[in-house]
Design a protein around this ligand. Structure first.
Ligand code: ZN
Ligand code: ZN
Length: 770
């Protein structure tokens, strides 16, 4: 006798807005099982299936193996229930009742099927905003959850008759109940404007834009989560003009490239990278520049890598097909430091001096979502910026998280909200000292709190007394009646890394946290720390050598000041310092605006200046001493140049000794400086640059080993902070740790301050009593 079984499945993950219900429907019909599928409010999917045992097993296998490409199943609750006599299968109307909270779908790049339609006859031919259940914008156009067309900015575009038919046809694999679909009859129109907002009538906006770009014009192009600025990347004078207009002397520009084949002409593509570039997430990857690549040197001055991404809208794909080079600069459409524009008004107000023309479309961008950026460190991908394609997907915590908010730090910031066993980092927001950014962070956090229906009890904030996120934390605490918990910067970095690797609450680990700056427990600036750490607390067991930063922030902009501070702390006399600076051409105004006078003043300022153990400032000092950086024109520039300068040659074997001082292990950077100065005339800049970074890494690794010695802690060291993306530092740490101790880098979250909110939440949550 044949056995009838019935199952009730509750599926959590990215299962809404990716054609999941029609997929389930077709699968059920094909396997001959009865039942229904329904979206529960909150966006979980419930599936009831009933049929012969073999059919049900086959259905379950298909569920995993044949699911739509962008779907992510995060969890399945499976319950065996009494059969109810279902013969046929149906898609039920979405229910409003609350289910488990579910992931909000991120924005996906255009799929191969939609691209193919753009190139074939029919109503999608040359339609630049074609999308389907498997691709297209999601989060960036959502006003509310669950994800249905009338809660997105596509509600302004009622479906035409044919799109309506597709939408209602369960056999239309990619359009049935696909919320974002449109065609050239019913979808957003593409329009062209002059920079001051006069509309131009053009026949074919793609063709028109391609021609203007070839002529050297600079154009703002509306994309998914904001506007790009597009310009020729192969033409020095165009790139120089763009730099002049943007007031951006050196910060690298990202490139959009037609396909992997063209990308491989300008960068070296490691195995697997093409799949990442063409994934639904379509991130920017930083890849080694190919020697002789036809890309202007001005695109990424002084760096060995280029940021490349593939087109992720139909418009971008059509545009790149028409460009002779096959690639273009596609940089964020913003004024230097300001948020990327998401509206035509913003482009006209703020970018009129930068761009010549604007190519616009009519779909409203609800959430600004910048391009995500990843690079390879120690041979594997690491996030520099987690945004489009990834945010606001959540990550799991190994322990229960109180309903809470974390506001992050200050620069390159993102926030996060937490609940249950989940933490939802916001998309990348930006620098909090730029107008509009704090407000945007506040909006995004409040939005997540609302759509997830949270009652936050805790607001986590950095210990720094002057971060702008502090006032935001105070506002949020008042609004929600929540308690503020202060979290030390590097403790949060370490916790973020530990959470990513599922370290349980109550466990203790060793972490190396290296970055530019974080407010220390002792009121000085930390940034080269070795911590013995749990979520609840930490002990600072070691650090880099501490030195004064004459002029504070000015020492960040002018790395020669950091070098002067370092030399001062190492006991160099003023005359010795001046002589070194002079011999290395560091008294010129390109390095220190007031030359020798400024050098003298800086030296005298040292005794009263704030001091730091920052890895960033230590690398800055090395970079200026080696002549690979003069000033810092963007965050991290000297350190990035130093890393780039070390490529392709053997490193000098320097040693930075570790000493026990005031109860902690301290790296003797002074001894390292002596060796470097001595090597300046004997070795190449390249080999010295590599040697310095490796030696600093080895010294920190040595301290971590010391911290592990004699304990029962697992033989694992977490390495995090913005500087932990540096290949040479990581290699140095690895050398010191040897084979016995495992090194763990952040891979799911940015190790820089974009990932810090996650650590703040974990710490705050573990500190609050039940
Ligand atoms: Zn598609
Ligand atoms: Zn239509």
């Amino acid at each position: 006798m044949r056995e009838t079984v019935a199952l009730k499945l509750r599926i959590v993950g990215i299962v809404q807005g990716v054609g999941f219900r029609p997929f389930i429907y077709r699968l059920a019909v094909a396997r001959g099982v009865g039942g229904y599928v329904v979206n529960l409010g909150g966006s979980d999917v419930e599936v009831y299936v009933e049929g012969e045992r073999d059919s049900i097993v086959s259905f379950l296998r298909g569920l995993i193996e044949e699911k739509p490409p962008p779907a992510r199943i995060e969890g399945v609750d499976l319950e065996v229930v009494e059969p109810r006599g279902f013969r046929s299968f149906s898609i039920r109307r979405s229910e409003r009742r609350r289910g488990r909270r579910s992931i909000i779908p991120p924005d996906f790049g255009i799929c191969v099927h939609c691209l193919a339609e753009i190139h074939s006859a029919g109503r999608f031919y040359k339609y630049p905003w074609n999308s389907c259940a498997w691709c297209g914008p999601r989060f960036s156009m959502m006003y509310d959850v669950p994800y249905d067309r009338d809660r997105t900015s596509m509600r302004a575009f009622p479906l035409c008759e044919e799109c309506r038919r597709d939408y209602e046809d369960p056999y239309n694999i990619r359009r049935f109940h696909a919320q974002g679909i449109s065609c050239k009859r019913c979808g957003p129109a593409t329009r062209v404007f002059t920079a001051d907002g006069r509309e131009l009538v053009v026949d074919d906006p793609v063709e028109w834009a391609a021609r203007r770009l070839e002529e050297g014009y600079i154009i703002a192009v509306k994309g998914v989560g904001g506007y790009h600025i597009a310009a020729l990347a192969s033409n020095d004078s165009v790139v120089a003009e763009l730099r002049r207009r943007k007031g951006r002397p050196a910060k690298p520009f990202a490139l959009m490239v037609r396909d992997c084949r063209i990308a491989s002409r300008i960068v070296v593509i490691p195995r697997g990278a093409c799949a990442v570039l063409s994934s639904a997430e379509r991130p920017i990857l930083l890849l080694p520049r190919r020697p002789g690549a036809p890309v202007s040197e001005l695109v990424a001055p002084g760096l060995d890598k280029l940021g490349v991404m593939l087109p992720y809208t139909g418009f971008q794909a059509l545009l790149l097909e028409r460009m002779k080079d096959g690639f273009l600069i596609m940089t964020s459409g913003n004024r230097s430091g300001a948020p990327m524009c998401t509206s035509l008004e913003c482009v006209i107000d703020e970018l009129a001096d930068i761009v010549d023309y604007i190519v616009d479309h009519e779909r409203v961008i609800v959430h600004r979502v910048d391009d995500s950026v990843l690079r390879y460190t120690a041979g594997r991908l690491v996030f520099l910026r987690r945004s489009r394609g990834y945010a606001p997907a959540w990550i799991y915590s190994p322990f229960n998280i109180k309903e809470s908010i974390a506001v992050g730090a200050e620069l390159q910031n993102a926030g996060a909200v937490g609940f249950e066993d989940k933490i939802v980092p916001t998309q990348y927001i930006g620098d909090m000292d730029e107008p509009g950014q704090i407000e945007e962070l506040e909006r995004e956090l409040n939005w997540l709190i609302r759509v997830y229906g949270l009652k936050p009890r805790v607001i986590a904030v950095d210990k720094h007394p002057f971060y702008r996120t502090r006032s935001l934390a105070l506002r949020l605490a008042e609004k929600y009646g929540a308690e503020i918990v202060e979290v030390q910067h590097h403790h949060a970095h370490a916790a973020s890394a530990m959470l990513e690797y599922n370290v349980a609450n109550g466990e203790t680990r060793v972490a190396i946290t290296i970055d530019g700056a974080g407010y220390g427990e002792d009121g000085t600036i930390w940034g080269g720390e070795v911590l013995v750490v749990s979520y609840r607390e930490f002990k600072r067991v070691g650090s880099l050598h501490s030195f004064p930063l004459p002029g504070g922030d000015r020492a960040t902009l002018y790395p020669a000041r950091a070098l002067i501070g370092l030399l001062y702390s190492c006991g160099w006399r003023l005359e010795e310092v001046l002589q070194l600076l002079s011999s290395r051409n560091m008294l010129s105004p390109s390095v220190l605006p007031y030359g020798e006078a400024e050098a003298r003043a800086s030296y005298l300022q040292c005794s009263s200046s704030i001091s730091t153990t920052s890895m960033g400032r230590t690398l800055d000092a090395a970079a200026v001493l080696l002549g690979v950086a003069e000033r810092r024109s963007y965050e991290g520039e000297p350190a990035m140049r130093l890393e780039a300068a070390a490529r392709g040659c053997g490193a000098v074997g320097f040693e930075a000794p570790v000493e026990l001082k005031d109860g902690r292990f301290v790296v003797n950077t002074c001894a390292l400086v002596e060796q470097v100065v001595d090597a300046l005339d004997k070795h190449s800049t390249c080999s010295i640059a590599g040697g310095v970074q490796l030696a600093l890494g080895r010294a920190l690794g040595q301290i971590a080993l010391n911290a592990l010695r004699g304990t029962r802690l697992p033989a694992v060291v977490y390495v995090t902070g913005g500087a932990s993306v540096n290949d040479y530092l990581v290699e140095g740490i690895r050398e010191a740790l040897g084979k016995e101790v495992e090194i763990r880098l952040q891979r799911k979250l940015p190790p820089g301050d974009g990932g810090i909110a996650v650590g703040q939440l974990a710490i705050a949550s573990s500190r609050i009593d039940e």
